[in-house]
Design a protein around this ligand. Structure first.
Ligand code: ATP
Ligand code: MG
Length: 444
């Protein structure tokens, strides 16, 4: 992509109403633009990040056996009356009337709708287990939308729903998602801490929140220090015993009691030196709630003996749009964002220091084509702004590598390669730079 042909409306001034780094940086780097309280446009650069996050989420859901569909944002109120949540959900639900005076709502979550889809099509235990998910916008009329996309009113969520014949099957589905979540966040370079949690308005028996450590997080995290050192589970775990070992091992590292989110119990059992007690951002939340919705809404299957059995269900959310903010909270410095390679909007920023100089521009075009051919996503700053302005914009938008091309270097047949995270610069030949970037891309 050539910057002169792109739409990257960065801001010079720090927006005064943005309280945390990720919100400020998302506005300044031209990733999002607010359109109403808690409602955002995703500008081209931000959209690329959002799509990269989605891709990782989608791949890991697929590997865990979940099947993608797409449910609408608008839902009929009648379904929610069946579960009893139309009245219970409260003011966070955006209620809408159509021209025929029928009650609709903008979905804050999809347990009712997926249960309706399930009961309409699945009749036999032979079709289980089943896990269906979608990545769709949700609306919750939060009292205090803030921190940009971290607590928006309209936000993008991945939500999966599992259906099983018995509790054992449902627990296995839950454990599979637990492991898939650890892998998903790990691929984004994030250390997610699973904490046993309250089930809230979703309801149910068992639940874990996945939290990223950050001072600006809205949740409290306490866990054993060793939890931070555990690697993500390997790909392809499928045995019940392996899956439950993963969940047990991580869950055991808050404290040994059932009251894992009870801070005083935690402090009695974990030596002070081993305690992590910090703030975190909730990026995912999984629930096992059994037959809460299947009983209320008549989602039954015929069991092996012919009896009708209400299915055991779980639901599994990931805050896709919140993750864009959380990633920045975890990866920035005074100059701007530092994207982890797996979610970066482009792999490389190619900086043309002198677009007026024919030889420099020819070299840039050549490098640009070579990078594209190698499958490397490149944003070329071909504008005629000052070098200083180009450098600070590249630092602000945080692409992992910067390839800087100017007439002085080219006289010696060199270009400069800068690593955004370490700030390290190396001078090398254009060929060596391409080779280096290609090898980095292959490793990722
Ligand atoms: P929170 O406790 O932060 O309000 P929640 O428990 O209400 O979240 P869930 O119903 O568990 O949220 O939704 C699943 C995921 O969706 C959350 O883990 C979070 O990452 C994301 N999410 C929830 N509410 C918002 C929001 N207002 N803006 C952005 N993301 C959100
Ligand atoms: Mg939650």
């Amino acid at each position: 992509m050539k910057l002169s042909r792109y739409f990257l409306p960065t801001l010079k001034e720090t927006p005064s109403d943005a309280q945390i780094a990720s919100h400020r940086l998302m506005l300044r780097a031209g990733l999002i633009r607010q359109s109403a309280a808690g409602i955002y446009t995703w500008l081209p650069l931000g959209l690329r990040v959002l799509k990269n996050i989605e891709t990782i989420v989608r791949e890991e859901q697929g590997k865990a056996g979940a099947v993608e569909l797409l449910m609408p944002t608008l839902q009929s109120a009648d379904l929610w009356r069946e579960s009893g949540r139309y009245d219970d959900y409260g003011a966070e639900m955006l209620r809408i009337k159509d021209r025929g005076d029928r009650d609709l709502l903008y979905g804050p979550t999809n347990e009712e709708l997926i249960t309706d889809i399930f009961r309409g099509s699945v009749k036999s235990y032979k079709d289980l287990p089943l896990n269906l998910y979608h990545i769709q916008w949700k609306f919750r009329d939060e009292i205090r939308p803030r921190f940009g996309v971290m607590r928006g009113r309209e936000f993008l969520m991945k939500d999966a729903y599992s259906f099983d014949l018995d509790r054992e099957g449902a627990r296995r589905a839950y454990n599979k998602m637990f492991a898939a979540y650890l892998r998903t966040f790990d691929r984004m370079g994030l250390k997610a801490i699973p904490m046993a949690a309250d089930t809230g308005p979703i309801g149910g028996d068992m639940s874990h929140e996945f939290l990223i450590l950050a001072e600006t997080g809205e949740s409290e995290v306490f866990c054993h220090r060793t939890l931070l050192d555990l690697p993500a589970p390997p790909d392809g775990l499928d045995y019940d015993s392996d899956l439950s070992a993963i969940v047990d091992e991580r869950t055991a590292l808050y404290a040994a009691t059932d009251e894992m989110h009870d801070q005083s119990a935690f402090e009695a059992q974990v030596a002070e030196a081993d305690r992590i007690s910090a703030r975190g951002i909730e990026v995912g939340h999984i629930f096992f709630f059994g037959t809460k919705y299947s009983e209320a809404m008549g989602a039954t299957v015929q069991g092996p003996e012919g009896k009708l059995i209400p299915v055991e269900m779980g639901s599994y959310g990931i805050g896709v749009s919140r993750l864009a903010g959380a990633l920045i909270e975890a990866n920035h410095d005074k100059d701007g964002i530092i994207w982890p390679a797996s979610v970066a909007p482009f792999d490389v920023g190619l900086v043309n220091l002198k677009p007026g100089d024919a030889a420099t521009s020819a070299k840039c075009d050549d490098l640009y084509e070579q990078l594209k051919t190698a499958g490397i996503e490149v944003l070329c700053d071909d504008t005629d702004e000052r070098a200083g302005a180009k450098f600070s914009r590249m630092d602000l938008i945080g692409l992992p590598h910067q390839l800087i091309v100017g007439p002085r270097g080219l006289e010696k047949n060199t270009v400069e390669l800068k690593d955004r995270r370490t700030g390290e610069r190396q001078e090398l030949s254009p060929e060596a730079a391409i080779n280096f970037l290609t090898s980095q891309k292959e490793r990722a």
